[in-house]
Design a protein around this ligand. Structure first.
Ligand code: AMP
Length: 595
């Protein structure tokens, strides 16, 4: 494998490369750089974003540009303003030690007068979106007569965005003797058309498999009822405290709705869609880029301009209408050698589409289980504990109060103190999952997509549920987890699909797949829960004492409580209660008493 030192770069470029922390060339760089520096042929490179292609063309380009010559020598065309700025920023980094190289980004949506002024000063490399460049050519501000290198970056995206005519028009302006490089994630007939028309005997390079998504991306899906989608989205976010991802929705309206709900529920999220002004979109993208936002809810079109590495998750709230779009979405994670996951929330009807997408990305999609409330609580708790372990505590202000604080808390031993701190931090959060029902997938939990085609291999349930009454409630320490345990314990491992669970103080209701109702009633009746005899029966239509409003009122209160501080970590808690889910350890009763 060749390293950067062996590639023929000047010391100035090598120094910049080193400062950027690039140790080894990435595959696209290994292939493109020697060709660019050593030969004069056109190049077609099929490479996904995130493969290091900017440096592949950018480093040689910076080295080859003559800063003594006051003329535009290179033109880079790219689809969006974002990418335009990104490339310009990257090239500026590469040119840190290479004399006075002038690079200018020209794109729509910004003042054209400023761009004209800058162009008049003389620019060595123009990085442009096609529409704006045509404007500038028309005004005689951009002069391309001395251009020797043209780079078409993300050519497939430019064509998707309808820039074919503009590209043709621009290329007609550039001297015929130039060298042309074309970068694209996919090879389509239109791309081949451009290559045929404007390139001569190009070197064709393919990085990875053509049309296949990045190596480092795994693909998974949750099979969910449409009504549960939002809840599942929250669970994904809750079970990944460090999540940094884009949630793709189909419409602007849906994008806004999901984002608003998430914000109301206290997540670091915001919307990015075409109904926002350019200034609003810029603000959102900037917040996301600096990780002020963890979740960006976006439409495909709006997210095009956003180029962020390090994304941990791509979430397809809906599968895209066009299966190819899936590859663009998932290719936004797993970049720069990092791992990423692309998750799709699908319903039974989407499974056919998913199969087709599986074929396109050439990777199997894994069915993922919806995380249970207690799994999520555990993850959140340990995430917080990790923070606690590493927190810096050198605050003078705290020192001052420490003696008094120590004195006040002297009656509490270490374990007790910890329990209280954790309760305070997590009470409301745990409460969410403690009283919330588990989400049931439309099919058997360990459904595997691959197997779902085998007739009779798995039982598909009717989706009809019966509502049962049980004589246990929250004051008995009876929560979804306990219900599920009770059912499992008394059904000898037989899978009994449960539906919605409504917990009340002293009794509860839960749904069970209709065909299991009689069996379950018999199995549970006369069983014991904490020495109490369990009684289960078919629920009456309007059970005495049951108010549907109980839960919704309570939830509402919780949401509005969350609003002021938005971030989970900063949420204020006002009550101290024992952690119910610690019950598993068998210490429940003791703890309860101590409170
Ligand atoms: P790109 O495909 O050009 O958007 O590059 C993706 C990411 O890879 C960017 O964050 C680059 O800074 C980074 N990168 C490019 N080349 C290298 C390299 N040789 N080693 C490590 N990171 C790199």
């Amino acid at each position: 494998m060749m390293n950067f030192e062996e590639m023929g770069f000047t010391p100035g470029i090598l120094k910049a490369v080193q400062e950027l922390g690039f140790e080894q060339p990435m595959p696209v760089q290994e292939r493109v750089i020697p060709l660019m520096l050593g030969e004069d042929r056109d190049i077609i490179a099929l490479a996904q974003t995130g493969t290091g292609k900017t440096a592949a063309f950018g480093l040689p380009l910076v080295q080859m540009t003559d800063t003594e010559l006051n003329a535009t020598q290179a033109l880079i065309l790219c689809p969006t303003r974002e990418l335009c700025m990104q490339i310009t920023g990257d090239l500026t980094d590469y040119a840190r030690y290479t004399g006075k190289l002038r690079i200018l980004a020209v794109y729509g949506g910004a003042s054209i007068d400023n761009q004209i002024r800058e162009l008049k000063k003389g620019v060595h490399i123009i990085v442009a979106t096609p529409g704006r460049l045509i404007d500038l050519i028309g005004r005689k501000a951009a002069r391309l007569s001395a251009v020797t290198t043209v780079i078409l970056d993300e050519a497939d995206e430019m064509l998707n965005m309808g820039f074919l005519d503009s590209i043709n028009e621009i290329l007609e302006e550039v001297p015929a003797g130039r060298r042309t490089l074309l970068f694209s994630a996919t090879m389509s007939t239109e791309i081949a058309g451009i290559a045929k028309r404007y390139m001569s005997d190009p070197n064709e390079i393919t990085i990875g498999t053509k049309n296949a998504s990045a190596e480092n991306v795994t693909h998974g899906y949750y099979l969910v009822h449409a009504k549960d989608k939002y809840k599942v989205l929250k669970r994904i976010a809750d079970s990944e405290p460090d999540i940094y991802g884009i949630v793709f929705c189909r419409t602007r309206k849906e994008t806004q709705e999901i984002a608003s709900k998430l914000i109301e529920d206290g997540y670091n999220a915001d919307a990015l869609h075409g109904d926002l002004s350019q200034a609003q979109r810029d603000t959102v993208m900037q917040k996301f880029r600096v990780r002020n936002l963890q979740l960006l809810i976006a439409t495909d079109v709006a997210a095009r301009g956003l180029d962020v590495d390090d994304l941990t998750h791509i979430i397809n709230y809906n599968l895209p209408d066009d299966n190819e779009v899936y590859t663009h979405r998932s290719g936004r994670t797993g970049r720069a050698g990092k791992k990423g996951i692309s998750i799709s929330l699908i319903n039974v009807r989407d499974r056919h589409n998913l199969k087709q997408i599986e074929r396109i990305v050439k990777k199997p999609f894994k069915a993922i289980q919806i995380p249970s409330g207690s799994e999520i609580c555990g993850k959140q708790l340990f995430h917080w504990i990790k923070k606690l372990e590493t927190v810096v505590t050198e605050h003078q202000e705290i020192e001052k109060f420490l003696p008094e604080i120590t004195e006040k808390l002297s009656g509490l031993d270490r374990e007790e103190l910890l329990r209280r701190v954790v309760s305070l931090q997590f009470d409301r959060f745990l409460d969410d999952y403690r009283s919330g029902e588990e989400i049931i997938s439309p099919l058997d939990r360990d459904d595997n997509f691959k197997g779902s085609d085998r007739k009779g291999a798995r039982k598909e349930y009717s989706g009809n549920y019966k509502r049962l009454f049980i004589n246990l409630g929250k004051t008995d320490g009876f929560y979804p987890e306990q219900l599920i345990e009770l059912v499992n314990k008394n059904t000898q491992g037989k899978k009994v699909p449960l539906g919605k669970i409504d917990l009340l103080k002293t009794f509860s209701f839960f749904e069970v797949e209709a065909e299991f109702a009689d069996y379950l009633i018999e199995a549970l009746n006369n069983s014991k829960f904490n020495d109490r005899r369990v009684a289960v029966e078919i629920a009456q239509e309007k059970p005495e004492g049951f108010r549907e409003s109980d839960r919704s009122e309570k939830r509402h209160a919780k949401w509005s409580d969350r609003k002021p501080d938005r971030k989970r970590d900063g949420r204020k808690k006002d009550s101290v209660k024992p952690l119910r889910w610690e019950k598993k350890s068998g210490k429940k009763d003791k703890k309860k008493k101590s409170w």
